[in-house]
Design a protein around this ligand. Structure first.
Ligand SMILES: Cc1cc2nc3c(=O)[nH]c(=O)nc-3n(C[C@H](O)[C@H](O)[C@H](O)COP(=O)(O)OP(=O)(O)OC[C@H]3O[C@@H](n4cnc5c(N)ncnc54)[C@H](O)[C@@H]3O)c2cc1C
Length: 452
């Protein structure tokens, strides 16, 4: 018997793989529902995502998962024009992110000096060092301060809600570091990597437009996996301890007020780092201590309904990101109903606002009305709206997104050492191998296949 711990997308993707292979397994999940951070709902005719909104089919594992579950006919692609237009708030103004050289030359975001910094990047010295480097140091060193401030910080807060001064370049955007190390330049290296990717047959099978959703939201993916595996799922089962005894694992979990034990041969953990750390304290103190160092930033997601007549910023747009130094009470805004028109009724728009992250560490303590009022004020000041919005929903995630910070080398080593010692205990989840849904799917499926 194999135990899968945690029923987010990582646990579900692993479970699906074991189910396909006819393996005997059980998935234990603390909550009364599956999906973890993936949670969709509809309110007042709006289709909302509490967690991820923009999942990508950017690897073969997520593509084949969708193929195998026969979900292709349910896929909704975004509006092709809106999806290309992304914006950054700079000095209180909304500036488009240029998507061509000619628009970059005219852009208030970049300017000639920045373009010089980009094109002179291949002539800069390569830094070879054993020490982990922060994303901030790396990007300033290769591209200068302005690219770091106006492009890297908003981009990174859009994915990780994280602080590039703390984030490790090798563990967040390793592709950039590799490009520098292998090809002597990020620009040259990226061009070569992109060319190789284009020629890779695996990559050619991926759709050109990678963003997708379903009519009922991403929870449709969760429900589709659930249908296949539900007889092997135990909900409301909170793991409290894992013991190792005579070559077997004993999973101790709490169900209602009862403590239960389950003996298994193999374990796949997709628990968040802190929960895994607490449950393996007696099996491996070193890994437990390392896992406790992983910092999770909070995230607060607001869904706003806005009357079309109250919108002043009317461009076809995907989203708006904020630079670190901007005085705005959010990290980013998604114009959901512009790229997925089915998410709002005809006369209204749906905006999803993401707050929190490293910029607002204490946001969880703020009152919902205060957060909403501040966001509304900021949107009016930025000339996005002309009057107050209607708050449809507000979701607080206390342990929102794990951060791959400088120091992660030691954490990764500890996980690898653990895998050597405990041959039948596998670790997956978004703190190991990438936070995106597609990374989680890819890592979990590959890992489950090792057991098959
Ligand atoms: C606000 C937000 C926006 C995001 N946006 C995007 C996006 O647009 N695109 C994208 O690709 N990614 C996005 N992400 C990241 C992505 O959603 C997550 O990294 C991914 O869904 C994590 O999946 P997981 O299964 O590894 O972990 P989780 O979803 O966290 O699942 C872990 C599961 O373990 C369970 N669990 C916890 N403790 C225990 C215990 N003791 N016993 C049993 N079970 C336990 C939890 O209840 C949960 O179900 C976003 C994340 C957030 C928070």
């Amino acid at each position: 018997m194999i135990a899968i711990l945690g029923g987010g997308i990582s646990g579900l993707a692993a479970a699906y793989e074991l189910q396909k292979a006819g393996k005997d397994f059980i998935l234990l999940e603390a909550e009364n529902h599956l999906g973890g951070k993936i949670k969709s709902t509809s309110i007042e005719g709006f289709q909302l995502e509490m967690g991820p909104n923009t999942v990508l089919i950017n690897n073969t594992e997520i593509k084949t998962l969708i193929d195998e579950l026969e979900l292709n006919e349910h896929i909704i692609k975004p509006d092709s024009e809106a999806v290309k237009n992304r914006f950054v708030i700079k000095k209180g103004q909304i500036e488009p992110i240029p998507n061509s050289l000619s628009s970059a030359v005219k852009s208030k975001l970049f300017g000639l000096n920045t373009i010089y910094h980009i094109f002179s990047e291949p002539f800069r010295k390569v830094k070879k060092s054993e020490k982990e480097e922060s994303l901030a140091d790396f990007s300033r060193r290769r591209f200068g301060k302005q690219i770091y401030r106006d492009f890297i910080t908003p981009f990174v807060s859009g994915i990780y809600a994280g602080d590039p001064e703390k984030m490790s370049v090798s563990h967040t955007l390793n592709i950039l570091k590799e490009a520098e190390e292998k090809h002597g330049s990020v620009l040259k290296g990226m061009m070569k990597i992109m060319k190789a990717k284009k020629q890779d047959p695996n990559n050619q099978s991926l759709p050109k437009e990678k963003i997708f959703t379903f009519k009922r939201g991403l929870a449709f993916l969760i429900d589709s996996i659930k249908e296949k595996i539900q007889s092997n799922v135990e909900l409301n089962a909170k793991i409290v301890e894992i013991k190792f005894d005579g070559g077997k694992y004993i999973i101790v979990y709490q169900k209602a007020n009862e403590i239960k034990e389950l003996e298994v041969e193999k374990v796949i953990s997709t628990l968040p780092a802190k929960h895994l750390a607490n449950s393996i304290e007696k099996i491996n103190v070193e890994l437990s201590l390392q896992l406790k160092k992983i910092n999770y930033v909070p995230a607060v997601v607001l869904h706003l309904a806005v009357e079309k007549s109250n919108i002043t910023f009317n461009q076809k747009a995907f989203g708006l990101l904020s630079r670190k130094e901007e005085d705005v009470p959010f990290l980013g805004l998604l114009f959901n109903s512009r790229f997925f028109p089915h998410t709002a009724p005809q006369d209204k728009e749906l905006f999803t606002i993401i707050c929190g992250g490293y910029k607002q560490p204490s946001i969880l303590n703020e009152k919902i009305e205060n957060i909403h009022t501040k966001v509304d004020k900021a949107l009016m000041k930025l000339n996005v709206t002309s009057s107050n919005s209607h708050l449809l929903h507000l979701q607080k995630w206390s342990d929102g997104i794990p951060q791959y910070e400088v120091g992660y080398d030691a954490i990764k080593k500890s996980i690898k050492d653990f895998h050597h010692q405990q041959k039948n205990f596998y670790i997956a989840g978004n703190f190991f191998g990438g936070v995106s849904v597609s990374d989680c799917v890819s890592n979990a499926r590959n890992l489950a296949r090792k057991l098959v």
